[in-house]
Design a protein around this ligand. Structure first.
Ligand code: NI
Length: 167
């Protein structure tokens, strides 16, 4: 297993639309292991393949306190979404930034697991928000793009300032 470098906003590669996984093989399973290790080490609750510069429709999520409830979604699709949730979100590609974003409260998702087997699940609250956030990455969207122009500009100038400062 290997930890992978995470792309940082505003890296233009984060705007790539990911392709469907055509076949779940050992190469894909290795990528999932590497993505999981990267997510746990960061530490984060979710990671999309887009964020490690692999443009395939794969996300990994673990919202548990015990950090042992890994969920893998390959080619995820939202079948149904209801209600509204306004949660504070963060992103490993935008470190140090936490903002409220409007999402659906409840979703029903269909995806393939790491064995290529299809499954469906319903999620509510934080896991639902997390799945929607990671699925946005697969469309080339970063959560700060859902904020007002003013907030986004403030975040960008903060990032630029940080990049100018010596580490
Ligand atoms: Ni993110």
């Amino acid at each position: 297993m290997a930890k992978l470098p995470i792309l940082l906003y505003p890296d233009p590669r984060l705007h790539t639309v990911a392709a469907k996984v055509s076949h779940v093989d050992d190469k894909i399973r290795q990528l999932i292991k590497d993505m999981s290790e990267t997510m746990y080490a960061a530490p984060g609750v979710g990671l999309a393949a887009t964020q490690v510069d692999v443009h395939l429709r794969i996300i990994v999520i673990d919202n548990s306190d015990t950090r042992d409830q890994l969920r893998v979604f390959i080619n995820p699709e939202i079948l149904e979404s209801t209600g509204k949730a306004d949660c504070e979100e963060g992103c490993l590609s935008v470190p140090g930034v936490y903002e409220k974003v409007a999402r659906a409260q409840t979703i029903r998702v269909r995806a393939l697991d790491a064995n290529g087997e299809p499954f469906e699940l319903s999620a509510e609250g934080l896991p639902a928000v997390c799945i929607q956030h990671e699925m946005d990455h697969l469309e080339g969207k970063v959560f700060v793009e859902k904020l007002s122009r003013l907030k986004r500009q403030r975040i960008l100038s903060r990032i630029k300032k940080r990049q100018r400062e010596p580490a």
